[in-house]
Design a protein. Structure first.
Length: 203
């Protein structure tokens, strides 16, 4: 209850978002963890986790399987909007699947406007293509999906930050994307993504 009250207060105190965020990937992906759930609490309460969508009958890779067996591993990660890289790391190892890492992992943090930063985490070792101080454009490839940091399996974590010191997420909305409906038809996204949604970017 205390966590819920804290989250509601944070939402009420957050200024309106001015950055138009695009999905940071190509193709069809699913939201596997949403706001204020699982590990997305406190400073990460408004983060989202994504993996490429697969048929429901697709079995999960077995323990000991190579990271390349996971659909997310190595997929391009894109800048969600124009901005300036303020932090980046690409030297951390990728941990074996199902073994949670014990380091910060690989990440890129981009400032888009005052108090508006995107944070991309769990990136593949050696894949980060940008450095602090570099300008990036919406849709530019900045890294690849990996299994670094505290990820048990490869996935893409994105947070929208109001602060980088300390790291603290804020609510975010996306634009120019579609959501797969229960009838199998694609419809326009409404901005706020939810867990278990299947989504894809549109021009």
């Amino acid at each position: 209850m205390i966590a819920l009250v804290t989250t509601l207060i944070a939402v009420a105190a957050t200024p309106p978002q001015v950055t138009r965020l695009s999905l940071p990937f190509q193709g069809i992906w699913g939201v596997i963890q949403g706001f204020d759930s699982g590990s997305h609490v406190r400073y990460a309460a408004f983060a989202l986790d994504f993996v490429p969508a697969q048929p429901k009958t697709t079995p999960a890779p077995r323990p000991g399987a190579p990271l390349a067996a996971f659909a997310c591993y190595g997929r391009p990660v894109l800048a969600p909007a124009d901005g300036t890289v303020v932090r980046a790391n690409g030297d951390a190892r990728d941990w074996p699947a199902y073994q949670k890492g014990s380091d910060p992992g690989n990440y890129v943090i981009i400032q888009h406007a005052p108090g508006e930063y995107s944070e991309l985490r769990h990136l593949r070792h050696g894949s980060v293509q940008v450095k602090a101080g570099e300008r990036v454009r919406r849709g530019q490839r900045v890294a690849a999906c990996g299994n670094s940091g505290n990820a048990k399996t490869p996935h893409l974590h994105i947070g929208f930050l109001g602060s980088v010191d300390p790291i603290a997420t804020r609510p975010m909305v996306f634009s120019h994307y579609q959501v797969l409906g229960p009838d199998g038809r694609w419809g326009p996204g409404q901005g706020a993504l939810r867990e278990k949604q299947i989504v894809r970017p549109v021009p």
